[in-house]
Design a protein around this ligand. Structure first.
Ligand code: SF4
Length: 375
């Protein structure tokens, strides 16, 4: 076991995960990015992660159609008991879930997976399918009874689905995204989802602390900020030993204090003078408009100057959650008036240096479905 770099608090801090009975390190190793590296590199990354006292690794059947699971299975052979494992299936019916669970067990070279997730549940219809007599839940509940798994998790890209799922499904944990970009337009995560999960004893694991890589210039700030946002632990994709060192140092340093969080929001290069921090200086109608812009494109498409790599990243990530239709429907329902909003924006002095009038015009144009290049 190695000590966390730059701090004297030994290894990764641990936490009780909801009512699961599991005590896990607050830094989990995510499996999605293992598709980008060879098994040999995965092994080095896993070794380093375990050296810091990390004990929670998650993957999914859908990550490379089992390729991530297979790499982990090879790397963890002979030391399965060192870690708590989670995997996921996108199947909604019993037959598909049985097939996926069996395949996960085979790929991971084990007869037991602690947590198995309902992966990417994005609609009420899917929840109904899962709960049906021939739905996927029947398989997972039986697997839980038989000790093949210890608990059922849920992940989604729709905030409202977490609320419905926590209320209606027999889940022990959720995997939800949490970072200082998404926080600006999804207050529902901290205001409603986390409190409900706490009330029901559902463990909260937070993914995307770097917003799918968008916060790549500020990994330490992003991790410490996310660590202080109310989840139990962070799930972080790490592709190199250096990534593990960096993440372990940040998590061992502990959550950012309130003063540090305010400082991060003030100086975050990725939020710059465009992303609304929802500070309350604007009227509610404008803050609502900017939250809808977040749903639309995560406030990434700002028509400002960036370096080429940053443009490429923005274009790739802006539609990652596929919430544009939802944003436009909400915008249409809100019946906002462009002239009234622009008039309201005139008097706002944004403490973050945002040109509120320009942002109002741009957000309105995008949400109305017009092309900002032509107005
Ligand atoms: S003043 Fe700036 S940060 Fe505050 S709500 Fe308005 S645009 Fe957002």
């Amino acid at each position: 076991m190695i000590r966390c770099p730059m701090v004297t608090t030994a290894t990764l801090p641990q936490v009780e995960l909801g009512r699961t009975g599991k005590r896990l390190s607050r830094l989990a190793l995510g499996g999605f990015h293992q598709l980008e590296i060879s098994t040999e590199i995965v092994e080095r990354v896993v070794d380093r992660y375990l050296d810091y006292g990390g004990n929670y690794i998650e993957t999914a059947r859908g990550y490379g159609n089992g390729a991530s699971e297979e790499k982990l299975g090879r790397v963890l052979a002979g030391r399965r008991s060192d870690v708590v494992l989670a995997s996921k299936s996108g199947s909604r019916d019993a037959e598909g879930m049985k097939r996926d669970l069996d395949a996960s067990l085979t790929a991971l070279q084990t007869d037991h997976i602690e947590f198995y997730y309902l992966h990417g549940v994005n609609s009420t219809d899917e929840i109904e399918q899962l709960r049906a007599d021939d739905g996927a839940l029947t398989v997972l509940l039986r697997a839980e009874e038989e000790g093949v798994i210890d608990g059922i998790g849920l992940s989604s890209h729709r905030p409202w689905i977490y609320l419905e799922a926590i209320r209606t499904l027999p889940i022990s944990l959720i995997l939800i995204w949490d970072n200082y970009l998404e926080e600006q337009y999804l207050p529902v995560i901290h205001d409603e989802i986390y409190p409900l999960a706490r009330e029901r004893g559902v463990g909260i694991t937070a993914m995307k602390p770097l917003a799918d890589g968008f916060l790549y210039r500020s990994p330490r700030e992003a991790l410490r900020y996310a660590l202080g946002s109310g989840s139990d632990l962070l799930v972080c994709g790490m592709n190199t030993v250096e990534h593990v060192d960096q993440a372990a140092e940040a998590v061992c340093a502990g959550p950012a204090t309130e003063a540090e969080r305010a400082g991060i929001l003030r100086s975050a290069v990725e939020l710059g003078s465009y992303v609304c921090r929802q500070c309350g200086e604007c009227p509610a109608s404008l803050m609502h408009l900017f939250r809808l812009e977040g749903y639309l494109d995560r406030q990434m498409i700002d028509y400002l100057e960036h370096d080429p790599a940053n443009y490429a990243l923005r274009l790739r990530l802006a539609g990652w959650f596929a919430l544009a239709d939802y944003a436009k429907a909400q915008f249409s329902d809100a019946g906002l008036d462009a002239d009234a909003l622009l008039a309201e924006s005139e008097s706002v002095e944004c403490p973050y240096g945002i040109d509120v009038r320009r942002k109002t015009r741009l957000a309105f144009t995008k949400l109305a479905g017009d092309d900002p290049n032509r107005v």
